[in-house]
Design a protein around this ligand. Structure first.
Ligand code: PLP
Length: 377
């Protein structure tokens, strides 16, 4: 097998025998003709609600990178994640982290209430807590987000998979922040890996997409694929084509964003106006040891900084930034900054002196200079 960077650089490339085109065509047809006998000309080509050459090209690359059995591409990360969680039945038990992507967490709380699904929380800051929660009651699905948004707690996926399996549950990992380059949860024992492909995989802040990959095509997987087919939540071919184009540069973008995050984190750790820098690549991070063991080739491009002076001062600092863009999301070429407590509202568990940074691929000295000028009184 090729190295991941080589596989990605050629993602979807083929030689078109008629034209010699290297880049795949975009197949926009919503319907597919049948022969005189009424048979489709190509198997799996009947109707585009759940069939697309362009999404299959993305799925093939991701499935190989993850070491999975099958992958499905969805019209958003939320569409993919909710399809997975909606496979749970009434009276089953879902276990999720206290700190995770806020919109998904809120949706899960609401969904479990409506459908009479038991929901328990574990603290991913404390590696023993998941064992405790699972010890209390049989679970069906354990959700891990690692590193967790926006505190970047790192979960030991191999240990979580063993705990979940001992309990008879399946482990799902949201690995959006690490990408399949820095962490492959299926190889660590997870049953499902999920990505918001809107982030690093696409990488250019111009496509919303999601991916689910399974370790085995089990009964849950059949329900996930049926959910996409019935809801028609497949990604449109144009967007799938753009996503595949973005993925070809994933390796160099992730390498650069990780290097920028590390340099940025090191520069501001210990700064007189900084309470703490939360980045799993710093030895001061409580889960540095797990991150070192689990991540392959970098610690990712996401970090958070807590500033002295509370919410008002933090908001002022954010308002003064000139290069980094104040916007939600992550994983694009441009650096983004967000005050998560403000965005999440009064229920938020995020400290209000925290800014979340998604490091882009700019020159890191420009990024450091941007925050330095914002910190001048
Ligand atoms: N998971 C994580 C970690 C995210 O950051 C996001 C979006 O911000 C999602 C899932 C949801 O993905 P999407 O926005 O593509 O629906």
């Amino acid at each position: 097998m090729l190295e991941a960077a080589s596989l990605l650089a050629h993602a979807g490339h083929q030689k078109d025998t008629q034209t010699g085109a290297v880049v795949p065509a975009i197949q926009l047809s919503s319907t597919f003709a049948r022969d005189e006998m009424g048979e489709p000309y190509a198997a799996d080509r009947i109707y585009a609600r759940d069939q697309s050459d362009n999404s299959e090209q993305v799925e093939a690359v991701i499935c190989e990178l993850e070491g999975g059995a099958a992958t499905r591409l969805f019209g958003s990360g939320m569409a993919a994640a909710t399809a997975l969680v909606q496979t749970l039945r009434p009276q089953e038990h879902l276990v999720i982290p206290t700190v995770m992507y806020w919109t998904l967490r809120n949706w899960m709380v609401d969904f479990c209430q409506q459908w009479n699904i038991d929901l328990s929380f574990y603290d991913s800051d404390d590696p023993a807590h998941l064992a405790q929660v699972l010890g209390n009651k049989k679970a069906h699905m354990v959700w891990v987000e690692s590193p967790a948004n926006p505190t970047w707690q790192v979960v030991d996926i191999a240990a979580a998979a063993a705990l979940a399996h001992d309990n008879g549950a399946q482990l799902v990992v949201d690995a959006t922040v690490m990408t399949p380059l820095l962490c492959q949860p299926l190889r660590l024992g997870a049953d499902y890996v999920f990505h918001s492909a809107t982030k690093y995989l696409n990488g250019h802040s111009d496509v919303v997409a999601g991916l689910v990959t399974c370790a085995q095509e089990d009964a849950r997987w059949q329900r996930v694929t049926a959910a996409r087919a019935n809801a028609g939540s497949i990604l449109h071919p144009l967007a799938s084509w753009l996503l595949l184009r973005g993925m070809r540069t994933l390796a160099i973008r992730v390498e650069r964003a990780s290097a920028n995050a590390m340099a940025f984190a090191r520069h501001f750790e210990g700064h007189p106006q900084v309470v703490m820098v939360q980045y799993p690549g710093l030895p001061s991070h409580p889960h540095y040891e797990i991150a070192q063991r689990q991540f392959t080739g970098g610690f990712g491009g996401m970090l958070s900084i807590r500033f002295r002076g509370g919410r008002e001062r933090t908001a002022t600092i954010m308002g003064r930034l000139q290069l980094m863009v104040r916007a939600t999301s992550l994983g694009g070429t441009e650096s983004l900054v967000e005050h998560r407590a403000l965005i999440e509202g009064p229920e938020s568990l995020v400290p209000d002196d925290l800014l979340r940074f998604s490091m882009g691929i700019e020159n890191v000295q420009d990024l450091i200079a941007d925050l330095e000028q914002a910190l001048i009184n």
